[in-house]
Design a protein around this ligand. Structure first.
Ligand SMILES: [Ca+2]
Ligand SMILES: [Ca+2]
Ligand SMILES: [Ca+2]
Ligand SMILES: [Ca+2]
Length: 346
């Protein structure tokens, strides 16, 4: 006797049920070890980028982190890690001598494979690709930049706003600061390497404002830029409403040199600018005078107006102080209305 169910199932429903049963069989057969995938597909592999031990490298020869290990994982179509798969690595650029320790490798039992990237001597960003058969995966950008400040490549300026401006003689001015404490101005540093590329994030720039006011101690460069605030305070020794103040920005870096052989590194015999000790030129005569504050780099308690006779820089493992000064005038009056930013009348 036929069941009630069988009697009730229509011909269309039978077709649907059969189809569903077929799908279940195929699904089970295609699982791990099931062999349900055709021979061509079973050779196909998937590669994916995992990670990099560092995404910020320093230029070759500068004494910082020059190597990053970039890991990829290879799996088969079932999702299982593929051991022994042949992987070919490539670089998006090899400018400045960027290299990989090896351009081919085989995956380990965990399906992982690692490319060892060595930085070059030119600031850039680079990506590493791993190719398995016809499939390629690419890493994130790895940036390569200068790990130190470079002499002549640090710009120090006053941000123009409601408290600051430029007078008729082209001098930078902080208004009201000649009469009042607590008037603030923003100071900005932009630092690049020899190619105009931003130096490594986190490089510290320090500030001195020994004549008057208070300046924040330091800022850390981000994309080659950082700012500090200077605030007027206790105008010691001031006898007039006008006061010319010199502030310096300084940090560890390298002396300039002429790269005769074009290898982006300092080599013995190449000409260089041997920097003197840093000082604050409080009387603005472009020379050191007794009593002007200075950084006594060699600790001999004397200002040294000539360098030490050797090229100093990170590649030599021996940094020197790089600095830039900024001079502005404190005046008592408010910023002239005509100089204030205004919205034009309709
Ligand atoms: Ca050179
Ligand atoms: Ca030197
Ligand atoms: Ca001087
Ligand atoms: Ca000295």
């Amino acid at each position: 006797m036929k069941s009630v169910l069988q009697k009730m199932v229509s011909p269309l429903a039978k077709v649907l049920l059969l189809s569903l049963a077929s799908l279940l069989v195929i699904s089970c057969g295609g699982g791990p070890g099931g062999g349900g995938v055709s021979g061509g597909d079973s050779d196909q592999l998937i590669v994916a980028y995992d990670s990099a031990t560092s995404r910020d490298l320093v230029l070759k020869g500068q004494g910082g982190l020059e190597v990053s290990e970039i890991t990829f994982t290879v799996k088969d179509l079932s999702g299982a890690n593929k051991r022994g798969a042949a992987v070919v690595f490539s670089l998006s650029t090899d400018v400045g001598g960027i290299t990989l320790a090896s351009y081919t490798a085989r995956t380990g039992s965990d399906g992982k494979v690692t490319a060892v990237l060595n930085s070059g001597s030119v600031s850039t960003s680079v990506r590493v690709s791993a190719t398995v058969g016809a499939v390629t995966a690419t890493s994130e950008d790895i940036s390569i930049s200068s790990s130190s400040l470079v002499a002549g490549r640090m710009s120090f300026s006053l941000i123009l706003d409601e408290n600051t401006g430029v007078d008729g003689n082209g001098n930078l001015v902080v208004y009201k600061a000649g009469a009042l404490d607590g008037i603030s101005a923003k100071l900005q540093v932009i630092a690049t390497d020899r190619f105009g590329n931003a130096v490594t994030d986190g490089i510290r720039v320090s500030f001195w404002s020994p004549e008057t006011g208070r300046v924040e101690d330091f800022c850390d460069l981000e994309d080659g830029v950082c700012q500090v605030q200077w605030t007027s305070a206790a105008l010691a020794g001031q006898t007039t409403a006008n006061f010319v103040n010199t502030v310096i920005a300084f940090g560890s870096g390298a002396e300039e040199y002429t790269d005769v052989n074009g290898n982006n590194l300092y080599d013995d015999g190449e000409a260089f600018v041997d920097l003197p000790e840093v000082f604050v030129d409080t009387n603005e005569n472009d020379a050191y005078d007794a009593g002007e504050p200075f950084i006594d780099a060699d600790g001999d308690q004397v200002y040294d107006a000539v360098g030490d006779g050797t090229w100093n820089g990170p590649a030599a493992g021996d940094y020197t102080n790089i600095w830039s000064s900024l001079t502005f005038t404190l005046v008592a009056e408010e910023k002239p209305a005509a100089a204030k930013p205004s919205v034009s009348a309709p």
